[in-house]
Design a protein around this ligand. Sequence first.
Ligand SMILES: Nc1nc2c(ncn2[C@@H]2O[C@H](COP(=O)(O)OP(=O)(O)OP(=O)(O)O)[C@@H](O)[C@H]2O)c(=O)[nH]1
Ligand SMILES: [Mg+2]
Length: 267
Amino acid sequence: MPAFVPHTDDSPVAPSSDTRRGRLTVKTLPVQFVRSAVAPTDLPRDLVPQLALVGRSNVGKSTLINAITGSRVARTSAAAGKTRELNLYTVEYGHRQLRRLFLVDLPGYGYARGGDASAEMFAGLTSMYFGRPAPGTTSPGDGAGFGPTGALLIVDARHPGLAQDLHAWAWLSTQALAVAVVAAKIDKLSRTERVRSLRVWETSLNAPVTPVSAATGEGLESLWTLIVSLLSRSPSPELPDRTPPSHSSNSRRPTRPDPTAGGRTPS
Ligand SMILES: Nc1nc2c(ncn2[C@@H]2O[C@H](COP(=O)(O)OP(=O)(O)OP(=O)(O)O)[C@@H](O)[C@H]2O)c(=O)[nH]1
Ligand SMILES: [Mg+2]
């Protein structure tokens, strides 16, 4: 699988692909699986930034981790609903502002065949993880680890404006995090379809969308630039409440994504 190779010096991220010949230089970044997390005590306690990958089941989150690291470290599957815990990976990047990061692969939402159990598993893990303080914002003080520094919402370039994705974006946008949207599987669209799809995505989310393909490597260098920018933003010194509310709560805290929220669920 082609991967973007980031520069390891202090210069801004620069293309490593030989675009004149349409080829990508494939090189593996130092990346390791750390552990699967299901509880706060499984989360990292060091001050390394954490980037969460959020998106519908089967949208290509795990594949994207492999593509941007030039590895096969993350388990992928053509069948939806395979990832059932938070999988933590550590990556050495080598940029002046970002020498190391955690990539956190979340289970996908919207796995219809998983039923209530799958939806509850997703909601429970998400609220556990996003309820934790980001590295450097405060000391957890409870023997547990840190939560995300930033998050990428991964959407499918072919299915713009899905209600579940809009719902997830609305929720993510209320979090005290640097967040951005990435449209995956762009290789499945023609040039004309891409333009149309990205326009609909950006309008419906009211946010810029970075198109990528793990299959061809398109957009991966822009994605690394985006990641550096997201994770280099200093976290807010005042830690807002990032805990999703319970159903009985009337407070103005953000609500968690509802994996069963409307919309069709294409594969
Ligand atoms: N053509 C194409 N296929 C892709 C791309 N990214 C992922 N896929 C395929 O999409 C399927 C799902 O990919 P995964 O990475 O396992 O998806 P996921 O989001 O991690 O899924 P869950 O773990 O179930 O939430 C696999 O068959 C991948 O090969 C892409 O950029 N282009
Ligand atoms: Mg996965």
